[in-house]
Design a protein. Structure first.
Length: 571
């Protein structure tokens, strides 16, 4: 949520929805194109996995760098950072054979990313993907001309967008005389497998990374149950007070390693998490710890229709993953820390939950390794003890790493206990697929997650669960996108609809409380639907969220007065 202006200033994705609609309607695809390899084909790209820094690659205006995280395979990847009029174009000229067909592919993550080949002697090619928190493979093919002996392959981002990452580039086809990158070898089995925090239905596991591995498989009592990209996973859906044996293997393009040594994890007798005393149907409101033109409030001013109050926002510290909270007493008219703490206690006595939100539009908290995950859990728990917060809201708009965010939240859960409230507020693009990092994080902590209040605003048109494109601001937009989460593995009780409280609360996507209530009815009761109607009803749908209680107050609490009673009246 935005600290300083009316909205989260995200680029409009209405054009993206148009592209997606065209792709759906014509059967076209932007990714996953494959070619037929011959026996003698090789990867003619050099340093394709960036394990030797940027050797063999040239990046415009110093825009490229070699990073150790995130990586798709091996220990390194390329980071391209667009700036000004530079789109972070990184190129390599490869030796090719004339009149031959090549498959060009790469794994990408982060900002908008393009992959292409020029100087082919025939038709130059390119493909792209919008920003993504998880790794995606881009792929296309090209044919060289009769006299073509070299081709330039490239990646680049887009102007004004976030940095992108690229790894494991392949230009697969006949050897043009320069040889090929060495083929991968089957990785060694992972070492250090250990069982961590447990609940009545889950066991958290972690292990050491393996050089050359691009993924890992988790085995439970001898059967494969999960594939992950990082060195941790959580086995879920387990029976209370039961012991399970776990092993893990490492994988890459060459195959799968042998299984690791086994460890035993035993579930607890009674589970925890999921929100403690949060009511079956709940309204979440973000409370602004700053003055941006909305009504300035104390926590005590927040209306009773709100069940969860998310204090916005915590601030990053100088320690990786560390966060702290600084009450803006001056900006809030002299609101003191002691009053703030007392108001939190009063809300809790009235049956409400008050949590600390991490992120927002300007949030810069990064959790990308075990150390930062530990720092995050320790610092959030410290804030909970200091101010009395009931839990944490994850509202990181610049991407997150599902492996280490999962580790951080499970560590926090082990400290805070069964009454911990965990909410999330991803953007629409973050929940379009279960392969996205936000969605993976939610599923990884499903046993301790309270609710995901996706932001149905500032996004433009998006795909619904039926593959159709829906315009922002309609009942169908709310229901068809909620359907993705409901069919993707979250329980109805973990799904909420996040909307602006007024036109001032967001740059786009405001809908009247009537539209919100109609969408809630459609999902929970099967009534008041638009053209999209879910295949079944979800009576235990958690409820709704708004940005913010302050903008709601600016409009006379019109949003909470209409939506609050409706949420509380759901079946």
């Amino acid at each position: 949520m935005d600290r300083t202006s009316r909205s989260r200033r995200r680029p409009s994705r209405r054009w993206l929805g148009t592209v997606l609609a065209l792709a759906v309607g014509t059967g076209l695809t932007l990714m996953g194109i494959t070619g037929t390899a011959q026996a003698a084909d090789v990867n003619v790209a050099k340093n394709a996995g960036f394990e030797s820094g940027l050797a063999n690659w040239t990046c415009s205006a110093g825009s490229g760098s070699n990073v150790s995280s995130p990586v798709h395979g091996g220990a390194s990847a390329l980071k391209g950072t667009p700036a000004g009029q530079d789109n972070a174009r990184c190129t390599q000229t490869v030796a090719v054979k004339p009149s031959s067909t090549y498959t060009l592919s790469a794994w990408v993550q982060g900002g908008y990313t393009y992959l292409g080949a020029s100087g082919t002697g025939t038709t130059d090619v390119s493909t792209w993907t919008p920003d993504s928190a998880g790794w995606k493979q881009l792929s296309t093919t090209f044919t060289t001309g009769a006299n073509t002996t070299s081709v330039t392959v490239y990646t680049h981002g887009w102007y004004g967008q976030a940095p992108y990452y690229a790894d494991d580039v392949s230009v697969f086809g006949p050897d043009g005389g320069g040889g090929g990158d060495p083929d991968p070898v089957v990785p060694a089995p992972p070492a250090g497998l250990a069982a961590g925090s447990v609940t009545s239905s889950s066991v958290a596991l972690s292990w050491n990374t393996v050089t050359g591995a691009t993924g890992y498989n988790l085995y439970q009592n001898g059967a494969k149950v999960q594939s992950v990209s990082g060195a941790s996973a959580t086995a879920t859906g387990l029976t209370a007070s039961t012991s399970y044996q776990f092993q893990v293997t490492a994988t890459n393009a060459a195959g799968e390693s042998t299984k690791s040594a086994a460890v035993t994890g035993t579930t607890s007798a009674s589970g925890g998490g999921g929100g403690g005393t949060v009511p079956k149907h709940a309204v979440t409101g973000y409370w602004q710890n700053f003055n941006n033109g909305a009504t300035v409030q104390k926590i005590s001013d927040v209306p009773a229709n709100y069940d969860i109050i998310a204090v916005s926002f915590a601030d990053a510290t100088g320690t990786p993953g560390g966060v702290t909270f600084n009450l803006d007493s001056a900006g809030l008219g002299g609101y003191t820390v002691d009053q703030f703490k007392a108001d939190i206690k009063a809300k809790q006595a009235a049956g409400k939950s008050v949590i600390i939100s991490i992120g927002g539009q300007n949030g810069t908290v990064t959790i990308n390794d075990s150390a930062s995950a530990t720092n995050f859990a320790n610092s959030v728990y410290s804030m909970m003890q200091t101010y009395g917060f009931d839990g944490v809201d994850i509202d990181l708009e610049n991407g997150l790493n599902s492996t280490y965010m999962t580790q951080a939240l499970r560590s926090l859960s082990s400290k805070a206990g069964s009454k911990l409230v965990i909410t999330m507020a991803p953007q629409t693009i973050d929940m379009q697929s279960t392969s996205n990092e936000y969605f993976k994080t939610a599923l990884n902590i499903k046993d301790i997650l309270t609710v995901v209040n996706m932001q149905y605003y500032n996004s433009g048109s998006m795909l619904g669960c039926d593959g159709k494109v829906y315009s922002q601001g309609s009942v169908d937009f709310l229901t068809a996108l909620a359907c993705i989460q409901l069919e993707g593995g979250l329980t109805p009780a973990q799904v909420g609809l996040g909307l602006p409280a007024s036109t001032s609360g967001a740059g786009s996507g405001y809908v009247s409380p009537t539209i919100v209530n109609n969408a809630l009815d459609c999902l929970a009761r099967g009534t008041n639907c638009g053209s999209f109607k879910p295949s079944k009803t979800y009576p235990s749908l958690r409820g709704a969220m708004t940005w913010s209680t302050n903008w709601d107050a600016k409009s006379g609490n019109a949003w909470s007065n209409a939506v609050g009673p409706h949420v509380h009246g759901l079946p």
